[in-house]
Design a protein around this ligand. Sequence first.
Ligand code: MN
Length: 288
Amino acid sequence: MEVSSSRAAEVGGQQVRRALPQHRRRTVGAWCFADHFGPTAVTGQGGVNVGPHPHLGLHTVTWLVSGELLHRDSLGSEQLIRPGELNLMTAGRGISHAEEATGSFRGDLHGIQLWVAQPEATRHGEPAFEHHASLPAVDLGTGSATVVVGDLGGVASSARRDSELVGAEIQLHGGTTDVPLQAGFEHALVVLEGAVTVEGEELVPGQLGYLDPGTDELGLAASGPARLLLIGGAPFPEPVTMFWNFVGRSREELAGAARGWNADDGRFGTVASPLARIPSPAPWWRQD
Ligand code: MN
């Protein structure tokens, strides 16, 4: 296992641990971004509040350990998400959304948001949104796995996926647990709660543990309860370029998306949100 540290970043007033991308590890399968946030106490004014912003060429995967969030998007979707549920938004050629505190929730907000790069075959397609209120589980003996997307041990989620990948939340009660893997996939682990030992190395929140393809079983050891996210997939064959909230293939494409959003040219639609629209920063590279 190759262990690297997440970077501290801030999103919507929340401190996040950005596990992906890493300088030397841009993608794990088609997974290209992972922000672990919380737990932070939500009070009257608190919580995540991310105003309308655009996405391009990716799926967003939102998963909560505790708390509530309200999703609104330019397709007209308005969806409350709670722990154990999946919000899966497909940007395709353009979508915008907002993530809001519900105003009524009090308690800890804790979760992770990930992005999955769409392949060439679908990335120019229609935007879409799915909510999955329940997802299948795999009994692992000393733990269990909730299959968020893809297939784990022959149990498949019905969530959309555009490439060969898996995403699962693993809950460990303590002891050793074996998790079935697809040998053709590369994988990574993000610990959400507790600590887990893999191949003799301890992994804690704030780190990414990467595993090369070639193994069909993952041995996990935990001295107490732990919760982690397993992501994996076939190494993504396309050259992904990212800027701000956009995933594309060239700087020209990404700069064009930023200009389009800032000019409100319509390609990303409109979100009915009380929050202010977030403008795109200027691309950091020189533009001729
Ligand atoms: Mn977003």
